[in-house]
Design a protein. Structure first.
Length: 306
C-alpha cells in the first residue's frame, strides 16, 4: 500500500501491555511483506515529534501502535504542517480504552496488521479544540475520536492517574462509578454553529467525531467519521441513583439519546464555557479545561480501513 512506512510505538500504552505485544506486531508486519522503520517513544509528546518528523521526511504511511492517547499525539504530528498533504495513518490499537477503532471497524492488537497490509484508504474528519491548558495558557489540539467536558474528563483523569492493570473496561467503569458517587453537576453554557447560547445544569458535554468513549460507552451511536459534523451530546442533571442505575447503562448500550435529560444535535462548530471549573478530555487524555471551542476539519486525514 505504501512505499515508505514509519511505525511509531508507545511501549508504555495499555499499562505496558504494548511493550509485550510489539514483537508479535512487528513479526506480523514483516510477514505481510511491509518494509518499515520503527520509532519508539520514551515519554509524553514523543509520538507527536516522531510523526511530524516522518511526515517532513516524506513517509507515505505512519502507523500508531499504542492507545488512543498515542494516536492523538501521532495525529497532531501528522497535521503539524498545514501546507503539505500528510501521510496516511494506520492504527494498531493496544491501549486501555481502544475506543476509536470501534467506530473505524479495525480490530484491536495484532489483528489490525491485516487491515494495514491489505486495506484501503478512507478520508476522515479531524476535530480542533482551543482550550485553557493546565498551565493557564490558551492552546489548541487536534483529535480524531472525541472530546468531553465534565464527568468524563474527571473519569479520564482518575484512570490516567491510577493503575490500568485490570484492563480498559473495568478501569473506566470502576472510576466512572467512583466519580459519579462524588459528582457535582456544573452550570454549563454551550452554543453550536453560532446559534443561541444554552445554559444548563449538566454532567457531561461530549463533542463526538467517533461513536465510543470511556472504554466502550456508546455515547454517539449515530456519529460518522466522514460526515463533516460533530455529534454533540449533553447529559443534563439527574439524581445520582438514576444516573448510575438508569442513564449509565443506557449510555453503554447507546440507548440514551431519547432520555429526557439528554440533548443531541449535530454541528460544525461548538463552544462550551462554565462558571465552574470544567475539565476537558481529548481522546482519553486530560490536558486542560473550559472555556473550549471546537471546529471540524472535514476529510483532513486519510486512514487505513479494512
Amino acid at each position: 500500500m505504501a512505499e515508505r512506512v514509519v511505525v511509531v510505538v508507545n511501549p508504555a500504552a495499555g499499562n505496558g501491555r504494548t511493550r509485550a505485544l510489539w514483537p508479535e506486531v512487528e513479526s506480523a508486519l514483516k510477514a505481510h511483506g511491509l518494509d518499515f522503520e520503527v520509532k519508539i517513544t520514551s515519554g509524553r509528546g514523543d509520538a507527536t515529534a516522531l510523526a511530524a518528523s516522518a511526515a517532513a521526511s516524506g513517509a507515505d504511511l505512519v502507523v500508531a501502535v499504542g492507545g488512543d492517547g498515542t494516536l492523538n499525539e501521532v495525529v497532531n504530528g501528522l497535521l503539524d504542517d498545514a501546507s503539505t498533504v500528510p501521510p496516511a495513518l494506520g492504527v494498531v490499537s493496544s491501549g486501555s480504552g481502544c475506543d476509536f477503532v470501534k467506530t473505524l471497524g479495525v480490530p484491536k492488537g495484532v489483528a489490525a496488521v491485516e487491515a494495514i497490509a491489505r486495506g484501503r484508504l478512507a478520508p476522515i474528519d479531524v476535530g480542533r479544540v482551543t482550550f485553557q491548558a493546565t498551565d493557564g495558557r490558551r492552546t489548541s489540539r487536534l483529535f480524531v475520536n472525541g472530546a468531553d467536558l465534565g464527568l468524563g474528563a474527571e473519569v479520564a483523569e482518575r484512570v490516567n492517574r491510577g493503575s490500568k492493570r485490570f484492563g480498559g473496561f473495568l478501569s473506566f467503569l470502576g472510576n466512572t462509578v467512583v466519580t459519579i458517587a462524588g459528582a457535582q453537576f456544573k452550570t454549563i453554557a454551550y452554543a453550536s454553529d453560532g446559534g443561541q447560547t444554552t445554559v444548563v445544569r449538566a454532567g457531561i458535554v461530549f463533542v463526538a467525531n467517533g461513536q465510543f468513549a470511556g472504554g466502550g460507552m456508546h455515547f454517539a451511536p449515530g456519529a460518522r467519521l466522514d460526515d463533516g459534523l460533530f455529534d454533540l451530546v449533553v447529559l443534563g442533571e439527574v439524581g445520582k441513583a438514576a444516573l448510575l442505575t438508569d442513564l449509565l447503562p443506557k449510555v453503554y448500550r447507546g440507548a440514551h439519546l431519547g432520555h429526557p435529560a439528554v440533548v443531541h444535535l449535530q454541528a460544525r462548530e461548538v463552544s462550551v464555557s462554565s462558571i465552574d471549573r470544567l475539565l476537558l478530555e481529548i481522546d482519553g487524555e486530560q490536558p486542560g479545561q473550559a472555556p473550549a471551542s471546537f471546529s471540524i476539519l472535514p476529510g483532513a486525514l486519510r486512514i487505513v480501513v479494512p
